[in-house]
Ligand binder design. Structure first.
Ligand code: FES
Ligand code: FES
Length: 164
């Protein structure tokens, strides 16, 4: 079946069958390989994307459900060569080791900070509870979210380039 949707601000039309997962559409058909497959059953958060302003595990969404949707993947977060402040924060805080989980964590962090601009540690832990990292031990990820708050405030004060 034919579906139409917007991904990272670009309108797309794709043919999918009834069992194609959104994750496969994103990775295999659109070649947006920043979205990762870990568990494939909704437990690890590696496949996280933002769909219609909600965090979703793209391994659990069928592609045809994206008909008419607005989707953001990790590739849509940066402004061409300029990283999003959350991406900068993850790098500067040392919250990235193998990097497999990182796109999912960053998109989840974006949604968390869109909803709670200055979260407490408890709110950060709760907000990221759907994402698993087997490398970092999580403390540096929490530090990265805190640093993201500072960096986003800098960007909004006009001290850096415009962000999405
Ligand atoms: S691959 Fe989708 S939640 Fe793990
Ligand atoms: S950095 Fe390796 S799984 Fe998180």
């Amino acid at each position: 079946m034919k579906i139409n949707f917007t991904i990272n601000g670009i309108e797309r039309e794709c043919n999918v069958n009834s069992t194609t997962r959104l994750l496969d559409l994103i990775r295999d058909d659109l070649n947006l390989t920043g979205t990762k497959e870990g568990c494939g059953k909704g437990e690890c958060g590696a496949c996280t994307v933002i769909m219609n302003d909600k965090i979703v595990a793209s391994c659990l969404v069928l592609a045809y459900e994206a008909d008419g949707a607005d989707i953001v993947t990790i590739e849509g977060l940066s402004n061409k060569e300029i990283l999003h402040p959350i991406q900068e924060a993850y790098i500067e805080a040392g919250a990235v080791q193998c990097g497999f989980c990182t796109p999912g964590f960053i998109l989840t962090t974006k949604k968390l900070l869109d909803e709670i601009p200055n979260p407490t540690e408890e709110e950060i832990k709760r907000g990221l509870s759907g994402n698993i990292c087997r490398c970092t031990g999580y403390q540096k990820i929490i530090d990265a979210v805190r640093l993201s708050v500072i960096k986003i405030a800098e960007y909004k004060r006009g001290e850096k380039v415009e962000i999405k």
